[in-house]
Design a protein around this ligand. Sequence first.
Ligand SMILES: Nc1ncnc2c1ncn2[C@@H]1O[C@H](COP(=O)(O)OP(=O)(O)O)[C@@H](O)[C@H]1O
Ligand SMILES: [Mg+2]
Length: 166
Amino acid sequence: MTASATATAAPVLRVKDLVKEYGEGDAKVHALRGVSLDVERGDYVAIMGASGSGKSTLMNILGCLDVPTSGTYQIDGADVGRLAEHQLAILRNRRVGFVFQSFNLIPRMSALANVELPLVYGGVGPAERRSRALAALEQVGLTDRVRHEPNQLSGGQQQRVAVARA
Ligand SMILES: Nc1ncnc2c1ncn2[C@@H]1O[C@H](COP(=O)(O)OP(=O)(O)O)[C@@H](O)[C@H]1O
Ligand SMILES: [Mg+2]
């Protein structure tokens, strides 16, 4: 099989034996005890479980915001644990869209500026990023709020800005 055929057939996400431990000694918490899963292109996947069962821990690792104690994680065949910090930054910018439970919008920046920000980091020019951000905000029904700052928006509206940004 050629390298390109392998890449096409590979799952988008491939997680193997992920372990995450927080703390040490008596305070040690086993947040993940050997999680393995594949996500195929186009899949919609819900991670469900009781409060404290490790969902956020897993999502933080899948989003490349945290690293596992052991185990491997591949995005499109690239072993995330082997990437240099700058390669990881590019991967996060281009391949990961994260909608946080607590929004994590930047205060004192308009909804439009918040949605544009990943495109700024991604090197997209001003005209294109403006039109793409406006289109994303329109898709979530916030055309009349693009100049508002996060603290001028309702919780649901802030979450829609976060969806548009993702
Ligand atoms: N930074 C941390 N330090 C120590 N323990 C943590 C930390 N983050 C999460 N935990 C613990 O890890 C377990 C899994 O937490 P979490 O992934 O947030 O669960 P969930 O999102 O499913 O509610 C919980 O027992 C939690 O108390
Ligand atoms: Mg959680």
